[in-house]
Design a protein around this ligand. Structure first.
Ligand SMILES: NC(=O)c1ccc[n+]([C@@H]2O[C@H](COP(=O)([O-])OP(=O)(O)OC[C@H]3O[C@@H](n4cnc5c(N)ncnc54)[C@H](O)[C@@H]3O)[C@@H](O)[C@H]2O)c1
Ligand SMILES: [Zn+2]
Length: 360
């Protein structure tokens, strides 16, 4: 077992430093901490079914099982969860233990921020997306009506344990969704890192050791940005690379494309638009394209209605006035935030991307 990838990571936040631990197996979680009677587990229903025996929860444990759907992370579901926790005896000095992907993370983080005006919470991410990206960074994002991720807080967990074993039961699409965020943060770091992870793409899909190495590296790259700008007012916004386009794809396809895969396609589109705008060479676009194409899998065939896409990208939270705020690569590969008018020229680039065969 390689030692380096298992080294813990310490993340500085406004609430103090929290630690990410890496363990191979679900059972090893208990080498990091002992379950206490003051723990309340919030667990993804599917994960609970799959790992019930491996998790070895005490018989009398307080467990709130939640199906990982966007409807279940709506603000209108919170009273139900709060009532369940209170009925299980939750007190302000107790700890919430979240076990699941980004959905369970968002719900638990929001509850930990608001119930009793703040509780301790720990997170055991079970999807690749959560292990490699969303578990650090403090954010909770809750839906209100049809508005996705529109309310939330900055509430870092007190502890994170990444158990590699959880990834064994993910589908290839779930893995690709996480890999999308890994490719993103590597590109943000520099072109050399991106080319390294791109070269290991096949192993990333099939080999858990390689995956762990890049999970560790991705979290390390993200750590630098969130420690400098935890509240997302400056350098952290570069993490939005692929996301304005990606969110518009998710929205225009009624969420038929998983988040990290929409981000993968979004990065390819950002690179393409940068090339058409003369900011980046066609050669650079073409050189990053194959791995992004591979990671998009069957979803390159998902039709994206042009008008729906344009309307959604125009409503992106990060836009300023009438201008779109896009993260685009420049000559050296460095990513920059750029104001771009959502005019006919921009629309023609989007249309060309979807219709001219550049995605093939
Ligand atoms: N707060 C943040 O910083 C942040 C960042 C990114 C994404 N998000 C949110 O996270 C959500 C997406 O999260 P996600 O992609 O991690 O997944 P998810 O929580 O939506 O889960 C995806 C699917 O995988 C299943 N699953 C989870 N773990 C599994 C396992 N080990 N084995 C088998 N199946 C498993 C779930 O039951 C679900 O069906 C979105 O709502 C997004 O808005 C939040
Ligand atoms: Zn994302």
């Amino acid at each position: 077992v390689p030692k380096a990838p298992y080294e813990t990571l310490d993340i500085k936040s406004h609430k103090g430093t929290y630690t990410v631990h890496f363990v191979p197996n679900v059972a090893d979680i208990f080498s990091v901490w002992q379950p206490g009677s003051t723990f309340h587990y919030i667990i993804d229903k599917k994960v609970l079914d799959l790992y019930k025996d491996r998790l070895m929860l005490p018989k009398a444990a307080s467990v709130l099982a939640i199906e990982a759907t966007e409807t279940n992370k709506n603000l209108n579901k919170m009273p139900e969860y709060i009532a369940a926790l209170l009925k299980s005896g939750a007190k302000r000095d107790h700890t919430l233990i979240a076990i699941g992907g980004g959905i369970v993370q968002d719900i638990s983080c929001f509850l930990a921020a608001t119930l009793f005006r703040g509780m301790r919470w720990c997170f055991l991410p079970t999807t690749l997306l959560a292990q490699t990206d969303s578990c650090i960074g403090s954010k909770s994002s809750i839906n209100v009506g049809d508005w996705k991720n529109i309310v939330g807080t900055f509430t870092p967990p007190n502890e994170i344990i990444v158990a590699a074993e959880f990834l064994n039961t993910l589908t290839p699409d779930d893995l690709r969704s996480g890999i999308g965020e890994m490719l993103k943060v590597h590109m943000i770091h520099d072109l050399k890192s991106f080319n390294a992870i791109a070269g290991d793409y096949e192993k990333l899909m099939s080999d858990s050791g390689t995956r762990l190495k890049y999970i560790h590296r991705s979290l390390g790259f993200k750590k630098t940005l969130i420690e400098e700008d935890e509240f997302d007012r400056g350098v952290r916004q570069i993490l939005n690379y692929g996301h304005s386009f990606g969110h518009a794809i998710e929205s225009a396809t009624e969420f038929a494309v998983p988040h990290g895969i929409a981000v993968t396609i979004g990065m390819d589109m950002a690179n393409y638009v940068a090339f058409r705008m003369g900011r980046w060479s066609e050669m650079n676009f073409a050189s990053a394209h194959p791995v992004l194409r591979a990671n998009s899998g069957k979803f390159v065939q998902t039709p994206v209605p042009l008008e729906g896409f344009m309307s959604a990208i125009g409503k992106d939270k990060k836009n300023i006035g009438a201008m779109l705020t896009l993260v685009l690569p420049s000559g050296s590969g460095k990513l920059e935030r750029v104001g771009v008018a959502a005019d006919e020229t921009f629309k023609s680039y989007v249309k060309d991307y979807f219709t001219s065969g550049v995605r093939a």
